[in-house]
Each structure stands twice: as structure tokens, then as C-alpha cells.
Design a protein around this ligand. Structure first.
Ligand SMILES: Nc1ncnc2c1ncn2[C@@H]1O[C@H](COP(=O)(O)OP(=O)(O)OP(=O)(O)O)[C@@H](O)[C@H]1O
Ligand SMILES: [Mg+2]
Length: 250
């Protein structure tokens, strides 16, 4: 075990897929009680980074640690909640059976905990509905319930609110903030700038590297703007209309 207080660490993390450097040398130390936002263009490496840290993919070089333990580590999986970008639900199982299935994977989870998490995502009255009969946003909510049910201290959320309506999105974020206040470490990838603004710190990923890190205010200041969307374009190397600032090589 490392003596570090960081909940999530990465050192020289690399992942290549053939000639693609999906994660290209990332160092991180993320602390409990905080929500970290992972921003960056499509294909910049956010999902790959999360999967490496969560121990779901093997690094080409470097290492990731969770609570001081080198990943991948099977025992650590119980301490992690991972909400994938592409949800992994069992379409024929009901809402409640899906959550109970994930809960069982994680060991002893009470029926009360399952009911609480279904209330949280407002699927209590759909507990008997097969997952395949849910709407897209409801499936996202169910996926979040499966991620949270065992109350893990480390949460990886890969675009958790895509397709979730604004009212519930606000409630999700209030819950994420409560979890962080209670000691959870949260790393959340998002393309939604008002969500980014709710994070304690942002990590901007471009071409597999973290090219900027700071509070939302610091990132805005670093980009010379008061608008987070404009800051996103700045760090992505794009002009105000989304065109590359530097002509790409022929
Ligand atoms: N299993 C894989 N096999 C081959 N290439 C992959 C694989 N997974 C990811 N990649 C590539 O790695 C790069 C990073 O992909 P990744 O999914 O991490 O991006 P992302 O930042 O999460 O994008 P998005 O915002 O679209 O979710 C992309 O070029 C992608 O095509
Ligand atoms: Mg992704």
C-alpha cells in the first residue's frame, strides 16, 4: 500500500491501440471528497483513461492505483462504482432484478439499499419492468442505480446524464455532491458544460494527455474567457465556430 492519501493515482499511464495513443502519459493524484470532471473532445481518451484506472483495461505502460492498490485488482472492484458510457444492463431482467444482480456481485447489499437507490433514480414504480421496455433516459437511470447500489467510495461515471431529463439531472448532481461531501472520490466524464461547472476540479484531455487542470474558474481564466464552452474550444484548439486554430498537417 502506498502512504499517499490520494484515492486515485496514475503514473506514466499509456494505452495504445495499434498506432493510436489513446492515453499518452498521464499522471494523476485525485483526493477523496471531491468531484473531478473529465473533459475533452470525442476520441481524446477519457473513456480509455477511466477503464485503465478502474482496472478494466491493461495499460501498455505505467500504472494506476486505487486506494494505494495497483490496478487491475479484483478485491478493489468492490470499492469501485463504474458507470460505463455504453450501458451493460440485462434487457430481459426487470429494473429491480438488474440492480439486485449488480448488488449481489458486490457482496452483501440489503433490500433496503436496493429500494433506496431505485427511489433515488425515480424507478421505484418501474421495479417490475423489463429493462428492454424502458426509455433511453430510464435505462441510463437504471445503469446509475446499478453503479451506486453498493455505495462504493470511488465512483467513475462516464457521461452519466446523457438522455436524462434536466430535472433529474439536477437531482443526480445534488446526489453526487452529497456523496463527495461524505467522502467519495468521483471522476466524471461529461460534455455538458453546466455539469463541468459543478465539479471541484476539471481535467482537460486532448490526444491522450491532460493538457489543463484546475477549478472551472481557473480553466476559464487560463483560456481568457468567462464562458466554459469557449474555454473548452480553446483547450481543444478550436476557434469560436469549432474550426481548428492551427491547420492540420497535410
Ligand atoms: N477497444 C479499442 N480498440 C481500438 N481503438 C480504441 C478502442 N477503444 C478506444 N479506442 C480509440 O482510442 C481513442 C480514445 O477513445 P476513447 O473512447 O477513450 O475517447 P473518449 O474521450 O472517451 O471519447 P468520447 O467523448 O467520444 O466518449 C479513440 O481514437 C478510439 O478510437
Ligand atoms: Mg468516452
Amino acid at each position: 500500500m502506498s502512504a499517499s492519501a490520494a484515492a486515485i493515482e496514475a503514473e506514466g499511464l499509456h494505452k495504445t491501440f495499434g498506432s493510436i495513443h489513446a492515453v499518452d502519459g498521464i499522471d494523476l493524484a485525485l483526493q477523496p471528497n471531491r468531484v473531478y470532471g473529465l473533459l475533452g473532445p470525442n476520441g481524446s481518451g477519457k473513456t480509455t483513461l477511466i477503464r485503465l484506472i478502474a482496472g478494466l483495461a491493461r495499460a501498455t505502460a505505467g500504472e494506476a492505483r486505487i486506494l494505494g492498490t495497483r490496478m487491475p485488482s479484483r478485491p478493489m472492484l468492490r470499492r469501485i462504482g463504474y458507470m460505463p458510457q455504453a450501458e451493460a444492463l440485462y434487457p430481459e431482467l426487470s429494473v429491480r432484478e438488474n440492480v439486485a444482480f449488480f448488488a449481489r456481485l458486490e457482496g452483501a447489499v440489503s433490500n433496503d439499499a436496493i429500494d433506496r437507490v431505485l427511489e433515488l433514480v425515480e424507478l421505484g414504480d418501474r421495479r417490475g419492468t423489463p429493462a428492454m421496455h424502458l426509455s433511453g433516459g430510464m435505462r441510463r437511470r437504471l445503469s446509475l442505480a446499478c453503479t451506486l447500489v453498493h455505495e462504493p467510495p470511488i465512483l467513475f461515471l462516464d457521461e452519466p446524464t446523457v438522455g436524462v431529463d434536466p430535472a433529474l439531472r439536477v437531482q443526480f448532481w445534488a446526489h453526487f455532491r452529497r456523496l463527495a461531501a461524505a467522502g467519495t472520490t468521483i471522476l466524471v466524464a461529461s460534455h455538458v458544460m453546466d455539469e463541468a461547472d459543478r465539479c471541484d476540479e476539471l481535467l482537460f484531455v486532448r490526444s491522450g494527455k491532460v493538457i489543463a487542470r484546475g477549478t472551472p474558474t481557473e480553466l476559464r481564466q487560463g483560456a481568457g474567457t468567462t464562458d466554459l464552452e469557449a474555454a473548452f474550444l480553446h483547450y481543444a484548439g478550436l476557434d469560436a465556430e469549432g474550426r481548428p486554430l492551427v491547420a492540420s498537417e497535410p
